[in-house]
Design a protein around this ligand. Structure first.
Ligand code: GUN
Ligand code: ZN
Length: 438
């Protein structure tokens, strides 16, 4: 057993349903076999656990590991391609790089960069948009398993309108998806997600093959894109003759295990269908701004009971940090004025943690620091004298401290990251001091 000491902030009660931020100043969490078995103030917990090793994370704050609902593994090396709308950016920036992952040794290098980027930003669970190549998907599952990251991922499939070398057939898509799901779904912390790229690049036959793949892997997820860009949406309407969500739903692809990214321009029937099916939307605010896709209508999602959580959407998104996504989500709602949702720091933390855990069906395992959850955590501890350090020193309350973390925090401030109670990221020097026994 290990006793972690620090200031713990989490959101076990949904702030969108009236819940408040939970803050434990100088708190303690005892972890046994990766699971939280006790929590409380350090003084009281230490009195009951005198012999346990203490990991001292005092100073800064300890947050639940982030849950990134939408992040593209093959795009880590093209982050920062600005100045283009979605379809141009795909053609000029993303897809040429994605084609390089046909080379499995290249893909292995990308997988290393990708997993390091995620855990370095405090992300411990992610729904990862994979590659069009089975060998590359294997590479990202392998690297995530080596580091310990909790990922759900799968083979991306398309059979029209993308460059030729990224296309497949319905038969091959089914065969390769099922083979990958057999290898990885439920192996360690990995799970499988059937992944049609977007219905723009998928025929009805391919979407039907996706439904077959889903049926062949019970408990697997389904992830794709929806309603991101007005030109894209018009094309989907021309090709499928229906609203965007219906293009998936017709094939039985929209349910509680479905996560669709973006949904910037939904129709009311789209939202009603998502709400009815219990599907979730990944809100990717830096990507929506970078590609000029639009302002996310969070209030309309809430009105239809659609579950929403944050995604970084690397590489259209501008980095791995869900602190930046949370801040950008806040900006967008501010810019929407009366149509926006007023987001407090607790909402941002919830969208970056527990909301994602819920959308991924992992709410009983991760997303907050309640007893019984697995200890997935990040220690945000800025270097002395940095603006965040100054900000935290002068915060008036826990909410205020959290607001400053979202406003000023970056991956450079994430000193250590734990999954199932084991350190997975953090410099040796930091780890050594973090592991100081009190
Ligand atoms: N729609 C289809 N593919 C992509 C992608 O790679 N990024 C984004 N942002 N939208 C997409
Ligand atoms: Zn995406």
């Amino acid at each position: 057993m290990t006793l972690f000491r620090g200031t713990f902030l989490d959101t076990p009660a949904d702030p969108f349903a009236g819940g408040a931020l939970r803050a434990e100043d100088d708190g303690a969490i005892v972890v046994h076999d990766g699971v939280i078995v006790t929590r409380g103030t350090f003084a009281e917990v230490r009195a009951r656990h005198r012999d346990e090793e203490v990991v001292d994370l005092s100073g800064g704050v300890v947050l639940p590991g982030f849950v990134d609902m939408h992040v593209h593994f093959p795009q880590v090396r093209v982050i920062g391609g600005l100045g283009m709308p979605l379809l141009d950016w795909l053609e000029q920036c993303a897809l040429p790089e994605e084609a390089r992952l046909a080379d499995t040794s290249y893909a292995a290098g990308v997988a290393t960069d990708f997993v390091r980027g995620l855990v370095g930003a405090g992300t411990t669970t992610a729904l990862v948009f994979g590659s069009h190549f089975a060998g590359a998907v294997d590479a990202v599952f392998t690297e995530a398993a080596r580091v310990g990251l909790r990922i759900t991922s799968g083979l991306v499939v398309s059979d029209r309108l993308l460059r030729e070398d990224l296309l497949t057939s319905p038969e091959r898509a089914l065969e390769e998806s099922v083979a990958l799901a057999r290898r990885w779904h439920g192996t360690g912390r990995a799970r499988y997600a059937v992944t049609p790229r977007f219905s723009l690049s998928c025929t009805d036959e391919l979407l039907a093959a996706c439904a077959d793949a889903l049926a062949a892997a019970p408990g697997a997820m389904l992830t794709s894109h929806v309603n991101e860009n007005v030109r894209e949406i018009e094309t989907v309407r021309d090709l499928h003759g229906c609203d965007y969500v219906a293009s998936y739903d017709r094939h039985g692809l929209v349910g509680r295990g479905t996560v669709l990214a973006h949904d910037v321009h939904p129709t009311d029937p789209d939202l009603a269908l998502l709400g009815e099916r219990g599907a979730a939307v990944a809100h990717c605010p830096t990507s929506n701004a970078a590609l000029g896709s639009g302002l996310f209508p969070l209030a309309r999602h809430r009105a239809h009971g659609v579950r929403v959580a944050l995604g970084s959407d690397v590489g259209a998104g501008t980095g791995f940090s869900l602190l930046k996504e949370g801040l950008q989500a806040y900006f967008v709602q501010q810019l929407l004025g009366e149509r926006g949702v007023a987001l407090a720091p607790a909402h941002l933390l919830h969208l970056a943690t527990a909301a994602g855990a819920d959308a991924l069906g992992l709410a009983d395992q991760v997303g907050d620091f309640s007893v019984g959850r697995r200890f997935d955590a990040q220690w945000v501890q800025p270097a002395e004298g940095t603006p965040l350090d100054v900000g935290l020193a002068h915060a008036a309350s826990s909410e205020d401290a959290l607001a400053r973390v979202f406003a000023l925090g970056t991956p450079a401030d994430v000193r250590g990251v734990w999954i199932d109670g084991a350190l997975v990221s953090g410099e040796t020097r930091d780890a050594a001091s973090a592991l100081r026994v009190v």
